[in-house]
Write a protein that binds this ligand. Structure first.
Ligand code: PLP
Length: 370
């Protein structure tokens, strides 16, 4: 009965399907040692500097946080060379996606992006009464910028490019992206989700920071959940010109980033050593896993993130269940329409070794037909 009282756009929403949480897996599988490779977290944990700052900040938990996260915005300004006024910090990139869409999408407006991609674009578009326009990615699993441009109508308000894309790990060609941004009609706002932007391995590949400095009309999204290992704290930010960022600042709830999270993010930016260590380990372990997966008969493409999009050549739901019974959690991709694929986060060396060993055993029981 009460569902009838819901706002009609809320009735359109499906519940979020998360990667299986470690806590849930522990209960279900009765294993104590859980290795979670389903949600692209940093397995090295937060930087010691971030931890120290958070421990200190918790003593002041009775005070509201700084309203606009000034200290973090100043640090981000130093990092990117884009002024502190050009950021909005909030409760994770999820929150930022919500702010961007809530700022620009009226009921009936179209939001264009490719699929498979991060599910929050779809959800927040529906929530605002917008119309998701979903374009398939290219054969090599990249955002199809040409098809996106062709899909733009006078009703289009927002286009979203997830780069690198989740779950495929791919990046678009630099020239194509620049041309895409410069060809957008004036009534369209571009959102560039770079949650994994720091992991891009292609040299001299420009990111949203460069596009904003060049004056292109782009709202860039970043997070502290991936590279900086603060997924549990929830800090994300948007960066854009004054003109584009203003509505997000108005829509944002006043204390959208809590005091401890803010301190952790500031501390994390001060620790470049931890950042470099994370990137180096990710690269090394990813290369190792790609080799191992190929020798298991899986197909796997280069990824510019901290996860791999793996075609295991058979339905991955059952493989994920077998792995879960051994305490290893991966993300099957059937919900994205890719039943033989899984998204597997890069773990530490010993976690990855355990994963490969388990897959070898599972494979030996039921070999793939390649
Ligand atoms: C592409 C993409 N954007 C945004 C997010 C949300 O990140 P956050 O943890 O900062 O909310 C994720 C998280 O997995 C993601 O994959």
């Amino acid at each position: 009965m009460s569902e009838n009282l819901w706002r009609s756009h809320v009735r359109d929403l499906d519940p979020y399907i998360p990667g299986q949480a470690a806590e849930e897996a522990k209960k279900q599988e009765k294993v104590t040692d859980i290795i979670r490779l389903a949600t692209n977290e940093n397995q090295l944990g937060p930087s010691p500097k971030a931890i120290e700052a958070m421990v200190k900040a918790i003593q002041e938990a009775h005070f509201y946080p700084d309203l606009t996260c000034l200290e973090l915005r100043i640090k981000l300004g130093e990092l990117h060379g884009v002024d502190p006024e050009n950021y909005v910090v909030a409760n994770g990139a999820d929150n930022i996606i919500n702010l961007a869409i809530a700022s620009y999408v009226n009921p009936g407006d179209e939001v264009v992006y490719c699929t498979p991609t991060f599910s929050e674009y779809h959800k927040n578009t529906l929530l605002m009464g917008g119309v998701p326009v979903e374009i398939p990615t290219t054969k090599d699993h990249k955002f199809d910028l040409k098809a996106m441009l062709e899909a733009i109508t006078e009703k289009t308000k927002v286009v979203i490019v997830c780069n690198p894309n989740n779950p495929t790990g791919t990046i678009v060609d630099e020239e194509d992206l620049r041309a895409f941004f410069s060809r957008l009609p004036k009534h369209v706002v571009a959102v560039l989700d770079e949650a994994y932007g720091e992991f891009i391995t292609q040299e001299n590949y420009p990111t949203g920071v460069e596009y904003i400095k060049e004056g292109l009309p782009v709202i860039t999204i970043r997070t502290f959940s991936k590279l900086y290992g603060l997924a549990g704290m929830r800090v994300g930010y948007a960066m854009a010109s004054q003109e584009l960022i203003q509505p997000l600042q108005r829509v944002r709830e006043p204390f959208a980033c809590n005091r401890v999270a803010h301190a952790g993010a500031v501390g994390a930016l001060e620790d470049t050593e931890h950042k470099h260590k994370t990137l180096a380990e990710n690269k090394r372990e990813m290369e190792k896993l790609v080799k191992e997966f190929r020798s298991l008969g899986y197909e796997v493409e280069a990824s510019h993130t901290n996860f791999l999009f793996v075609d295991m050549k058979k339905e991955t739901g059952s493989i994920a269940e077998e792995l879960a019974s051994r305490g290893l959690i991966i993300r099957p991709c059937a919900a994205w329409g890719y039943p033989t694929y899984a998204r597997i986060s890069i773990g530490t060396a010993s976690q990855n070794d355990k994963l490969v060993k388990a897959l070898q055993e599972i494979n030996a029981k039921a070999p793939h037909h390649i």
